[in-house]
Ligand binder design. Structure first.
Ligand code: GCU
Length: 680
């Protein structure tokens, strides 16, 4: 059990003898001068990490030694000050760090230097990673800083400890025992997040409960904030828009009402008496039945700005979600966020970020990028990814999500011509925004291994790494995660990486190939349900999205259909608007295509769909074979768990394939190609 609990922070003795020798020599003495909560984190982690990795009891000294490792800022460390690194430090900003092999007064040092203690902490985790992944410490010249400012986990955790779309047990926030009992898990949570650069956490569900804003709960929130602070992690809460009514007994929550504003002002001031560095609010308003400013005929900007104004003097921000839709709006759901938010560009306060999901519908296995990216140049747009696999097999399917995150980040919006990628919108560089951010809906629960699936840990890890640096490749992230989590041996790294790299595409194939989307079962979102209709709202059905009929299948979002395509830049429209140039990966997202239309493989659309669904199942079987061959190389417990989960995944993949093909066949009236396995 312990093997899964430690995540990627496994500090076991280095097996490579030569490297071990090199490390022991380079890190013989460890100096961290100064004392503060964050420097204590640094010292503790170095002591624990190095002792484990190097195999002797490492002590961290606060006296400048004549060799070895030295970590600090020019303010905390006389040694680092003497080294004269100012110029280099100017380049890494407040959170970045340098990791250098440095000669000083004729002696050799390994140096972790930063402008802030937080930077020193990030550098410390980086050094430990170099050891865990068995990199040389010779001639180090690392200069590293984050591309995105706010790197935040969104917990959809309720106060009763259920987790909306959580598949790894209950919430890790033990509200009942807080604030008096500090579960050690909170500390390990902070360590894990700090090690990948996460610097904020929204503790509560976007479908918010105003209770968390009462003094009773704020005391508990404060206790968590106090644990996380030394790790550089700020706490945020979700704010239910109608709280002034529920808690303040006001008659309205109208954002322009002076009493409402006064209520929020008092509430915010109260929060800051508990948590002086409180981060701010995430708000889901006027979406899926949640209250919001539109209840009072006010706009999203009116609502967001009212909160932003009271938070601004305290340094807090508002992350206002753009995930809005409403079945009273008869238009394609794909279009609604853009329709509502685009006209508001330029009207938000400086401390508001609009938080946009990666795609326009809802975290499907594949979605084209959300049309708001690139469309609101005057507003900092925050990315919202979903780490928890609501629509990708939840807690039991192996799906490595870095390739999915990267696909969105690398998409070109053409907002300012060629190369205006979503990543540049999100990191603020395209439009020179002062704030920037990425949020990931967490997959963390109180399961011993945190994420249910041992490979779910890789998605938490990958999110953090990409929020820090979106230019990293999925492959490099997988590589370091595998080495830290399983083994450095190429005989394990190579096959595990191969499994991971193909896994998300496998899910796309057995669930929703070629741009199909929203085919899942009602409400639970786990298994197939392409036949779902007659629900309270059309956009909660599946038939609304796939539009299969005798002629063909797919959602026409071109001019002849909903014209959602018009929300993208002309270059994107030109590419996706024409079924012959539209990438097959998103073909049926934008076009209704005839069953007999020819696809790139030369097969008809119907046959191609059959091939993709079958291919998805085959990919899972290949993963099973790969994993079985690793028996005895991976510890028994994790091997067994993954093996059993892969068996579930194989069964589910067949379930998806068979359900979807047999259902679509009632429209296509064409046979499954002979050479393919028959649906059962
Ligand atoms: C999805 C999910 C909901 C969640 C919503 C949101 O629709 O199924 O549980 O509340 O997204 O992001 O607000």
């Amino acid at each position: 059990a312990e093997d899964g609990y430690r995540l990627w922070q496994r500090y076991d003795l280095i097996q490579n003898k030569d490297l071990l020798k090199q490390y022991r020599k380079a890190l013989e003495d460890v100096t961290v001068q100064g004392s503060s909560p964050t420097l204590t984190v640094v010292k503790d982690e170095l002591q624990m990490g190095l002792s484990g990795l190097l195999g002797f009891k490492v002590t961290v000294s606060d006296k400048a030694t004549k060799r070895g490792l030295v970590a600090g800022t020019p303010e905390t460390s006389s040694l680092i000050k003497e080294m004269g690194l100012e110029q280099k430090l100017n380049e890494v900003g407040q959170e970045g760090f340098l990791l250098l092999s440095q000669k000083h007064k004729g002696k050799d040092y390994t140096v972790i230097a930063a402008n802030s203690e937080k930077g020193v902490m990030y550098g410390t985790f980086h050094l430990l990673k170099l050891l865990q992944t068995q990199q040389s410490l010779k001639d180090l010249n690392v200069s590293n800083s984050p591309k995105t400012k706010l790197r935040i986990l969104n917990h959809w955790d309720n106060l009763d400890r259920t987790v909306e779309r959580g598949y790894a047990g209950f919430s890790i926030w033990d509200w009942h025992k807080l604030p008096d009992y500090i579960d050690h898990r909170y500390i390990d949570y902070a360590r894990a997040n700090a090690s990948i650069g996460i610097n904020g956490t929204v503790l509560t569900n976007v479908n918010a409960n105003s209770l968390v804003l009462t003094p009773e709960y704020l005391k508990k929130v404060k206790a968590l904030a106090d644990v996380f602070r030394p790790y550089g992690i700020k706490v945020y809460l979700t704010a239910r828009f109608s709280s002034p009514i529920e808690l303040g007994k006001l008659k309205t929550a109208d954002p322009l009402n002076p009493e409402v504003k006064a209520w929020w002002k008092n509430k915010v001031n109260e929060i800051y008496t508990y948590i002086p560095d409180f981060g701010g609010f995430t708000v889901k308003a006027n979406s899926e039945g949640q209250p919001g400013p539109q209840n009072y005929n006010r706009s999203h900007a009116d609502g967001a700005n009212m909160m932003a104004e009271v938070l601004a003097p305290k340094g807090g921000i508002v992350m206002w979600r753009a995930f809005v839709y409403d079945n009273n709006v008869p238009d394609d759901r794909h279009k609604q966020a853009y329709t509502e938010f685009k006209p508001l560009d330029g009207t938000f306060q400086g401390n508001v970020m609009v938080q946009v999901k990666n795609g326009a519908i809802d975290f499907q296995p594949r979605e084209p990028f959300h049309p708001l990216f690139g469309a609101m140049p005057k507003t900092p747009l925050m990315m919202e990814f979903q780490i928890t696999q609501e629509y990708l097999g939840q807690g039991t399917h192996l799906a490595y999500l870095a390739p999915m995150f990267k696909e969105t980040l690398e998409s070109d919006t053409y907002a300012k011509g060629n190369g205006s990628t979503v990543a540049k919108v999100v990191d603020g560089s395209l439009n020179n925004h002062a704030i920037s951010g990425m949020a990931g809906v967490a997959n963390i629960g109180n399961d011993i291994n945190w994420t249910s699936h041992p490979f779910g840990q890789a998605n938490w890890y990958a999110f953090g790494r990409l929020a820090w640096d979106h230019a990293l490749t999925s492959e490099d992230i997988a590589d370091e995660w595998i080495k830290m989590t399983f083994s450095n041996s190429p005989a394990q790294v190579a096959p595990i990486k191969k499994m991971m790299m193909g896994s998300r595409e496998a899910v796309v194939n057995y669930m929703t190939p070629m741009g199909l989307h929203h085919l899942m079962g009602w409400s639970h979102h786990y298994g197939p349900g392409p036949w779902i209709k007659d629900k309270p709202r059309a956009d909660w059905t599946s038939v609304y999205y796939h539009r299969a009929d005798e002629k063909g299948i797919g959602f026409d979002r071109t001019k002849t259909g909903s014209n959602a395509l018009s929300q993208y830049a002309p270059e994107v429209q030109a590419l996706w608007g024409n079924p012959t140039t539209c990438p097959e990966e998103v073909l049926l997202w934008f076009h209704h295509v005839a069953w007999d239309a020819k696809t790139k493989s030369g097969r008809t659309l119907w046959d191609e769909l059959c091939y993709r669904y079958s291919g998805g199942v085959d990919s899972v079987r290949t993963m099973q074979k790969t994993w079985n061959a690793l028996e005895g190389q991976v510890d028994k417990e994790r091997h067994q768990q993954v093996k059993q989960y892969l068996a579930i995944q194989e069964k589910d993949a067949r379930w998806w394939r068979d359900a979807c093909l047999l259902y679509f066949q009632t429209f296509s009236k064409r046979p499954i190609p002979q050479e393919l396995e028959k649906p059962q």
